[in-house]
Design a protein around this ligand. Structure first.
Ligand code: ACO
Length: 309
């Protein structure tokens, strides 16, 4: 039996910050942001709303969607680089608030590749029959580490959460292959220094273009599939130009790439589940479709999964 995604849930804060709003706060323009990144607006959590609050909302939806109860969860993995505080972990806060009385809990730090790392970790526990269900949440409140004085980074990020329940699915479906990787020598290009995120955009861009395409191709080959068999590419939503380059590398038509960056910006570990959930709900990802999820981020880290829905 394979492990697969049997439930999904998301949460995005209500408050919308548009490019026009940013024009009033810093020396930037809607035109620059749209052309250079594909972002039109992003969601920003208010001061009362912390990472754990967003995570709980997405997790509750995913549990309901999977048709299980919280006590069936054996492990909670929260992928985040913006926890409420270093400890206790966001995952233990979820454990309590969901009433997941039988769950172990840990946070995972792999930046924007965090959701992929989480799903792959969950797969090991499910396929080894250790736990029947694992909850994986990708959640970020990036607005709290954003330097609102730095136009190079402030325009890029947003807040949000996405959650998945990993459980057993029938033979031939679920996670077909995966790839995880890291290159700590590039850590200096994207990090939190003091209170703020800092980034060498050019270097991250070059790395992302190379890695996203390569990892997507690798998981397809590992799964014994052809590029033509991909029904939907779900790339980490960091920059439309990076996403487009991986789509082109796979030779996919535009309608086979998920795009939610225009309304959420880069939500780091939440971006892939936010996109996947949208494609499933609008019927673009259907039973037996082959999807490729691919992410990269600070670390540097990367990860990809080929999955039959
Ligand atoms: N508004 C207007 N002008 C701007 C802005 C802005 N918000 N930001 C930068 N500029 C200017 C720069 O000052 C520069 O001007 P200059 O030529 O007069 O010096 C010009 O635009 C070009 O800037 P570059 O940084 O060289 O532009 P680049 O083509 O590299 O695009 C970008 C910048 C969009 C940030 C790009 O590098 C990128 O997307 N990189 C990847 C970032 C990324 O994905 N990070 C997230 C990783 S995931 C994670 O773990 C969080």
């Amino acid at each position: 039996m394979n492990a697969g995604i049997i439930g999904l849930g998301t949460y995005a804060p209500e408050h919308i910050l548009t490019n026009e709003d940013l024009e009033k706060r810093m020396d930037t323009s809607d035109e620059w942001i749209r052309t250079m990144t594909g972002i039109e607006e992003r969601r920003i959590a208010d001061s009362e709303e912390n990472t754990s609050h967003m995570a709980v909302k997405a997790a509750k939806e995913a549990i309901k969607d999977a048709g299980i109860t919280a006590d069936q969860i054996g492990l909670i993995i929260v992928a985040t680089v913006t926890p409420d505080r270093p400890f206790p972990s966001v995952s233990t806060m979820l454990q309590e608030q969901l009433g997941a009385t039988n769950a172990a809990a840990m946070d995972l730090s792999a930046a924007c590749a965090g959701f992929i790392y989480g799903i792959v970790t969950a797969k090991q526990f499910v396929e080894s029959n250790t736990y029947s269900h694992v909850l994986v949440v990708g959640v970020e409140k990036l607005s709290k580490i954003t330097n609102w004085e730095d136009r190079n980074t402030a325009v890029l990020f947003g807040d949000g959460a996405g959650a998945a329940i990993i459980g057993k699915v029938s033979e031939g479906r679920g996670i077909l292959s995966f790839e995880l990787g890291a290159d700590g020598s590039g850590g200096k290009h994207l990090s939190q220094e003091g209170p703020h995120l800092q980034m060498n955009g050019r270097e991250v861009f070059k790395f992302a273009v190379r890695q996203m395409g390569e990892s997507a191709v690798n998981v397809i080959e590992k799964a014994g599939l052809n590029k033509e068999e991909i029904d939907m590419l779900i790339p980490h939503q960091a920059n439309i130009r990076i996403m487009e380059s991986s789509r082109e590398r796979l030779g996919l038509p535009i309608e086979k790439m998920s795009k939610t960056i225009h309304k959420y910006g880069n939500t780091s570990s939440a971006s892939i589940p936010l996109s996947l959930d949208e494609e499933v709900r609008n019927g673009k990802v259907k039973d037996d479709d082959v999807i490729v999820m691919v992410g990269f981020g600070g670390g540097l880290t990367w990860g990809a999964i080929a999955l039959k829905w």
